[in-house]
Design a protein around this ligand. Structure first.
Ligand code: URA
Length: 203
């Protein structure tokens, strides 16, 4: 069955009315994500915090200011990229996302990736990284380039981590500085699928 890509405006509407998990009844505003619908680079954070929940927009607090600086280092602005989160609603007290919440929200993120079709996905923080590179350890893989499903996936530390742990600031800056090069490098063509042996044919 061929599934049609859902337009971003429809995904946004679905997110804003979603009640698939308990967070739907706790939010002030859902935070679907925003940016360039044809972005080559998509950033995926963890979940809205207090300010994002108030504004209905991603990364508008302190971590967002740092993200803006980091984007500028890579020669990018919010107008060039799309910014989303694994969870579209704020967990109470900014606690970590629960597995059931991530499962409930996963169709929204999948639909956004399909609609935007970015060449590069930058994961911000561990929860986003686990979504695209399960089993990875951020301290080992941050800033490296991986290929998954015909896209480049680059795991990065969460900007909030650099705000809490000053020594990570230089690490995140160095990782963001690699982005322009990753954006230039082609994604390898997928290996052709092995053809099933022709039945009943003798050589
Ligand atoms: N942290 C996130 O992961 N996402 C936001 O939108 C804001 C802070």
């Amino acid at each position: 069955m061929i599934e049609a890509t859902v337009p971003l405006s429809r995904i946004e509407e679905m997110v804003r009315t979603c009640r698939a998990c308990a967070l739907g009844s706790l939010r002030t505003n859902a935070v679907p994500g925003e940016g360039n619908a044809e972005a080559e680079v998509m950033f995926v954070g963890e979940a809205p915090g207090y300010y994002e929940d108030q504004a209905g927009r991603p990364f508008v607090g302190q971590a967002g200011k740092l993200l803006d600086d980091l984007l500028a280092r890579a020669g990018l602005s919010r107008l060039d990229v799309f910014i989303a989160n694994v969870l579209k609603c704020r967990p109470p007290g900014n606690r970590d996302p629960l597995p059931g919440e991530m499962d409930a929200c996963s169709a929204h993120l999948n639909a956004q990736v399909d609609a935007i079709d970015p060449r590069v996905i930058v994961t911000l923080g561990r929860y986003s990284m686990q979504r695209f590179l399960p089993g990875s350890t951020i301290s080992r893989v941050h800033g490296q380039r991986f290929e998954r499903d015909g896209r480049i996936v680059v795991p990065m530390y969460h900007p909030a981590a650099a705000l809490h742990q000053g020594s990570l600031r230089a690490v995140i800056e160095a990782d963001f500085a690699k982005l322009p090069e990753y954006m230039r490098t082609p994604v390898k063509a997928p290996e052709p699928a092995p053809q099933p042996a022709e039945q009943g044919r003798l050589f």
